[in-house]
Design a protein around this ligand. Structure first.
Ligand code: ASP
Ligand code: MG
Length: 442
């Protein structure tokens, strides 16, 4: 029961671009939370395809023709914008003119362009919702005071810097009985410029806003999918996962499961906010992410495809303390991102993105000289990842033929990764899914 003096904690509903295609369901969704007495903050992504279109315009910075056609497509994705809100479209047109004249590679300018998708979406959505009788108000997150660091294109939300402004700005609206419709995907940097959170960043924005306002839960509403045990296109037996711990979900997001932006979990975890990923079209499909119990045996599998594995053989291995640190240091200085590292005493297996292989080998030249180490490969591999609390207890379930011919294996109590020759990836994924999910008896 909610007492009148103390309003209930709000619920954040985040709608992705695909779910915005079904406005009728969005309206019903918001209504159903409100009719239970809940106060709702909506976070919206850009409409489907709009961020891609803006990215395409940025990929042709000098082409007025491309900008014109992108602008028209973006305009058509936002029909029936109220006249006052059409200035968002004018603003996009002016931004394209700025891009045409600006020096190449202006990342903050690119973020300004990219943020227009969410701005248009909230103005469009708020007007649709008002028409349906909901007291919706569009809010742009940079104006609200959602503060980020200055890493344009991949910025971090600074919760402490944002707290006061976001709480008071949204609190005021909620106390008036309104439904704030807030842009996802971006905030305002410490320098006062627009900064995006990286692709898929609206999930992260929603989780950050939920943490800031002490939401009772943050619901990430996808049109069809929730979190599945594997990609159903790869694994016909894939099934929804009803519950995950924050830690499991974080591993899953980091290991390339496209359902969640990798930073989404952290604000919710540190502030104890429950996350729910659910399908708009099928309410029975939902995954609850909350503080973990380890007895659930949820398993989620994924593939990281088209990677390269380079072996570094270090004679005398263990006799050379600091070799792993030196290798990682040299790679990170060269800007190489290690996808995975498998080690034994005299062998280091580095898993890399293909475009970084040459840079990595060059960066390691001093090590190969001084330590008389040898480079072997690159070999084409796919990583098969399996995630779930207590997964080390599953090792005896893994069929030996899945591991045969593998190029590397590593595990923590929460995740395991297996590097297999590229062409065997899908088959090994299905074999592991069968063993860890389908044939599991509770
Ligand atoms: N519109 C942005 C993107 O497509 C952010 C999001 O959808 O979460 O990446
Ligand atoms: Mg999007």
């Amino acid at each position: 029961m909610t007492s009148p003096s103390r309003p209930s904690a709000p619920v954040v509903l985040k709608f992705g671009g695909a779910s915005l295609e079904n406005v009728r369901r969005v309206v019903e969704d918001i209504r159903s939370v409100r009719s239970d007495g809940g106060r709702v903050v909506v976070v919206a992504s850009a409409r489907q395809g709009v961020t891609d279109l803006l990215g395409e315009a940025l990929a042709h910075p000098r082409s007025r023709a491309v900008h014109r056609s992108v602008w028209e497509k973006v305009r058509d994705r936002h029909p029936r914008l109220p006249p006052a809100e059409r200035r968002q479209l004018d603003r996009l047109r002016r931004l394209f003119e700025t891009v045409e004249a600006a020096p190449a590679g202006d990342r903050p300018l690119a973020d300004r362009v990219l943020s227009q998708g969410e701005r248009l979406a909230v103005h469009w959505l708020a007007s649709e919702l008002r028409e349906a009788g909901l007291p919706a108000v569009p809010i742009e997150a940079d104006h609200l005071g959602l503060i980020t660091d200055n890493t344009y294109g991949a910025s971090l939300i600074l919760l402490d810097r944002s707290r006061a402004a976001v709480r008071s700005g949204l609190g005021r609206r909620l106390n008036r009985g309104e439904v704030p419709i807030v842009t996802g995907y971006f905030g305002r940097s410490l320098e006062g410029r627009v900064a995006t959170l990286g692709r898929g960043g609206s999930d992260y924005a929603a989780s950050g806003i939920g943490a800031l306002i002490g939401a009772s839960r943050v619901e990430l509403v996808k049109r069809h999918v929730a979190v599945l045990s594997a990609d159903p296109r790869e694994v016909p037996g894939a099934r929804p996962i009803p519950e995950l711990s924050y830690e499991e979900a974080e591993e899953l997001a980091q290991f390339g499961a496209k359902v969640l932006h990798p930073l989404t979990i952290e604000p919710a975890r540190t502030h104890g906010v429950v996350l729910r990923v659910r399908s708009l079209e099928d309410p029975s499909v939902a995954t609850t992410i909350s503080a973990g119990r380890s007895d659930r045996h949820n398993r989620a599998l994924s593939l990281l495809r088209s990677l390269r594995l380079v072996r570094l053989r270090v004679p005398g291995g263990r006799q050379r303390p600091g070799i792993v640190a030196e290798v990682s240091q040299r790679l990170s200085t060269a800007g190489v991102n290690l996808v995975q590292l498998y080690t034994s005493s005299a062998l280091l297996c580095l898993v890399l993105e293909p475009p970084q292989v040459l840079t990595a080998i060059r960066a390691l030249a001093p090590v190969t000289r001084e330590a008389a180490a040898m480079v072997e490969g690159p070999y084409r591999v796919t990583l098969v990842i399996a995630i779930g609390d207590g997964i080390l207890g599953d090792l005896d379930r893994i069929p030996s033929r899945a591991v045969r011919g593998a190029e590397g294996f590593s595990a923590t109590p929460r995740a395991l990764s297996l590097a297999v020759p590229e062409e065997r990836g899908p088959e090994v994924l299905r074999a592991l899914h069968r063993a860890l999910v389908e044939e599991r008896t509770p």
